[in-house]
Design a protein around this ligand. Structure first.
Ligand code: NAP
Length: 329
């Protein structure tokens, strides 16, 4: 059997956090290997959540905005330019109990002196027949990103938690009317968020109601609804549907090895990206459920690369020795 690969840094995940970490690690001569995910998977596709959006208008440096996939392609090309290697595969198992750390892609074992976890989070979706087809064309999971496109329009938000009410309230800056659709009669959101939403004249509530499909050929034109108490079906004409039913971090792989909060987000120490395992760092949405922006994820990716570099230097672990990367996958 051939000797496992040993890298100074293996980065798991290729959204803004992972690719920024790759740029910084590559420029620090750490020859990072990025395990970027697989195109077939919705939760860990290469490029992360920005691959599911259309235009990004709030990423600094792009006066006219930039398409999410193009932005991620640029991040990747920039990391590649400095020598980062990529594997379009998924890590299926890790063992962080001893160093070098062990990671597996199915039966293939990789070894790393340090690991940067940037596996991100995913929005929970409703799994409606036309939801993914219209994602980025009226269906959105991010009001901060997409609200601006709905100036003067009528839109709907699904969910009854703080996210849904925060999104709905934010969206009233742009939309003419926002209908919050909730499957029960009571909201889960905090009292203060509820009061704010109830006071907002642009917000209406539809109780005991679920969305059963999204309508529209190329962009959203409406949604189908069902009242779960009386079974009545109806349609609502809206230009946008914001799904705000929660997020989950992609941390199943690390259960029992990295400290996490009850909701699965990885815990990092203080202002650093250090996890509870020395030599393993976490950045981006996998450890941040507060900001969740491309720019904040990129910033923490930069921090993780610097933390990893300093740690490798301080512990004398860095060898800058790369073994062959399997390019035939
Ligand atoms: P959440 O509190 O879990 O609420 C999710 C909401 O979506 C619930 O009302 C739930 O309905 C509904 N829902 C879940 N699955 C659904 C489905 N399949 N179909 C229809 N509705 C569905 O999630 P969140 O609002 O994202 O908040 C997550 C955490 O972040 C919370 O702790 C929250 O307080 C915090 N947060 C805080 C702020 C803030 O303070 N500014 C902002 C955002 C989030 P049920 O109520 O019937 O279960």
């Amino acid at each position: 059997m051939s000797k496992p690969l040993v890298r100074d840094v293996i980065i798991i995940g290729s959204g803004p956090a992972g690719l920024t970490a790759a740029i910084y690690a590559a420029r620090a001569n750490l020859d990072p290997l990025v395990i970027e995910g697989e195109p077939s998977s919705s939760s860990d596709q290469p490029g992360g959540q920005l691959m599911l959006t259309t235009e990004v208008e709030n990423y600094p440096g792009f006066i006219e905005g930039v398409m999410g996939p193009e932005l991620m392609a640029n991040f990747r090309a920039q990391a590649a330019r400095f020598g980062a290697d990529f594997l379009t595969r998924k890590i299926t198992k890790v063992d962080f109990s001893e160093r070098p750390f062990r990671l597996w892609i199915e039966d293939t074992e990789l070894h790393a002196r340090s690991v940067i976890v940037s596996t991100g989070a995913r929005s929970l979706m409703l799994d409606l027949p036309n939801e993914s087809r219209l994602m980025g064309y009226g269906v959105s999971t991010c009001a901060t990103c997409d609200g601006f496109f709905f100036r003067g329009r009528e839109i709907a938000v699904v969910g009854g938690g703080d996210s849904a009410l925060e999104e709905a309230t934010f969206l009233t800056k742009f939309a003419q009317k926002v209908t919050v659709i909730h499957r029960r009669k009571e909201l889960r959101a905090s009292k203060i968020m509820q009061d704010r939403a109830f006071r907002n004249p642009k917000i209406e509530f539809l109780w005991d109601t679920v969305v059963t499909d999204v309508l529209g050929d190329t962009t959203v034109s409406g949604i189908k609804l069902r009242n779960i108490v009386n079974g009545e079906e109806s349609e609502l004409a809206v230009a946008g549907l914001f799904v705000a039913i929660g997020h989950v971090p992609n941390t199943d792989l690390f259960k029992g090895q990295l400290d996490m909060e009850d909701n699965g987000y990885l815990i990092t120490q203080g202002k650093s990206t250090r996890t509870n395992v020395e030599g393993v760092f976490a950045c981006g949405d996998v450890q941040d459920h507060t900001y969740r922006q491309a720019i904040t994820a990129a910033g923490s990716g930069c921090m993780a690369a610097i933390d990893a570099e300093r740690w490798l230097e301080a512990t004398g672990e860095a060898e800058h020795e790369i073994m062959e990367t399997p390019r035939n996958w």
